[in-house]
Write a protein that binds this ligand. Structure first.
Ligand code: RB5
Length: 147
């Protein structure tokens, strides 16, 4: 599995912790930055990560800002992206099982490191259940194609 990861300054510390957590599991991580806590703009990281995942360069993306909100808004502007802002374990598996989300967004100012690791692990291990969920996602993707 290959994962694209990105953050702004507010998500930097959590990004580093999640990157290490993934690498220790043998997952290949492509780090799109940022690389310090110097103030930056989250769309400059959300869009390159989302575009790379949409192109199929990585299996999934992980984006972290202060709340995860800005990252999810920006990533969801990219065609083919279903970014999910997650702060709890139930939503983590539902985002994959029901929504077939391909980007996980989290808030570095919202979550502790251990909860963020559990959310990441749960999100990555959950499988899309298709069936009725497929029909619903198709409606979103069809709308996106018409724009
Ligand atoms: C940065 O201060 C903060 O606005 C950003 O990290 C994020 O929370 C935006 O949604």
């Amino acid at each position: 599995m290959k994962i694209a990861i990105g953050s702004d300054h507010a998500g930097f510390k959590l990004k580093e912790a999640i990157k290490k957590f993934l690498e220790e599991k043998g997952i290949e991580v492509i780090d799109f930055g940022t690389h310090s806590e110097e103030r930056v703009d989250y769309p400059d990281y959300a869009i390159p990560v989302a575009e790379s995942v949409a192109k199929g360069e990585e299996d999934f993306g992980i984006l972290i800002c202060g709340t995860g909100i800005g990252m999810s808004i920006a990533a969801n502007k990219v065609k083919g992206i279903r970014a999910s802002l997650v702060s709890d374990v139930y939503s983590a598996h539902s985002a994959r099982e029901h929504n077939n989300a391909n980007v996980l967004c989290m808030g570095g100012r919202v979550l502790g490191v251990e909860l963020a690791k559990e959310i990441t692990n749960t999100w990555l291990n959950a499988k899309f259940q298709a069936g009725r969920h497929e029909r619903r996602i198709k409606k979103i993707m069809d709308y996106e194609q018409k724009k």
